[in-house]
Design a protein around this ligand. Sequence first.
Ligand code: SF4
Length: 316
Amino acid sequence: MSLEQSDVVDTRPKQRQSYRVNKLEKRIRRATGQAIEDFGMIQDGDHIMVCLSGGKDSYTLLSTLRYMQRVAPIKFTLVAVNLDQKQPGFPEHVLPEYLQAEGVDYRIVEEDTYSIVKDKIPEGKTTCALCSRLRRGILYKTAKALGATKIALGHHRDDMIETMLLNMFYGGTLKSMPPKLVSDNGEHVVIRPLAYVREKDIAAYAKAMNYPIIPCNLCGSQENLQRKVIKEMLHTWDRQYPGRIESMFRAMTNIVPSHLADAQLFDFRGLQRPEDFQGEGDLAFDETPIDDPTRFLTEDDRDGIEPQQGIQITQL
Ligand code: SF4
C-alpha cells in the first residue's frame, strides 16, 4: 500500500528541536556540575533549600539540582520554597500544582510583605530594597525552621557580570555576587549553582521546557533602571563582539591582586626589592596585549564566527 504524500509526516524539525534542547540541557548541567565542584557547593548529607520564585532561573535551578541529585556520588536532599508575598494577582495555584506533579518536596510560605512595603514606601519611590530585605529575612527564618544546611539561589553568570559592573559604576568597589557566601546574618551558607550558566541558555531552556512562569512585575515596581541599562549594554556587546562577555566572566575567575591597586589585597608596601615578589615578573612599560576574545566561546558558539584578528583599540 503506498502512502499519499499528505499522509507522510516530516518529523525532522521535531527531532532537530529535541536535539537542540538536549544539547542545551547538557550544557546547563555540565556548567552547573562544574561550578558545584569548583566551589565545593554541596557535601554529602546536605539539606538544600531551593528558593523558587516562579521565574525561569529558579525552575532551571530546581530541575538541574534534581538531576544532580540523581547522578551525584553523594546524597543530599532538596526542599523547594516559595514565598508568597501577597502581591495582587499572584497565581497561588501555579507552583503547588507544578511541584506536586513533579513530586518535589516543597513549602509555600505566606507573608504579606506587599502591604508592609506599600505602607512604608511613599508612592512613586522604588520599593525593591525594602521588599528584598523582608524577603531575605523570611527565607533565612524558613531555612532555619527546615534545618537546611544550604540555601540555593538561581542567579546566573550574567547576573554576576551585571552586579560587578553595577558595583564598579556606582559602588566604587570591585565585587559581584559570589557563587558561595555566608548570609548577612551569619547563619547560612548560600550557594549559586548556576554561576557558570549563561542567561540566554536558561531562557531558551525554560521556553523549551514550558515552565509555568510567574511574571516578576506583579508588584508594579519598575525594574532597577541601572541594571536594565547594563543588561542592554551587555546584550549589545554580545551581538557585536562575540566572546567579550565570556572574557569578562573569565576575568572574574582569574584575578591578579598584584596587578590591581588594593593594598589590603597585595602587600605593595612590602615590595621593595625584586626578591620580595613571589611569582613571575611582568611587563612594566608595554601595552596589555589585545587578544581574540572569541577563544573563550564554546565550540557551538564559535560556529560561523570569524576570529577577531587585528583588533583595533577603537573597536573596544
Ligand atoms: S520588583 Fe517587586 S517583588 Fe521584586 S523586589 Fe522589587 S518590589 Fe519586590
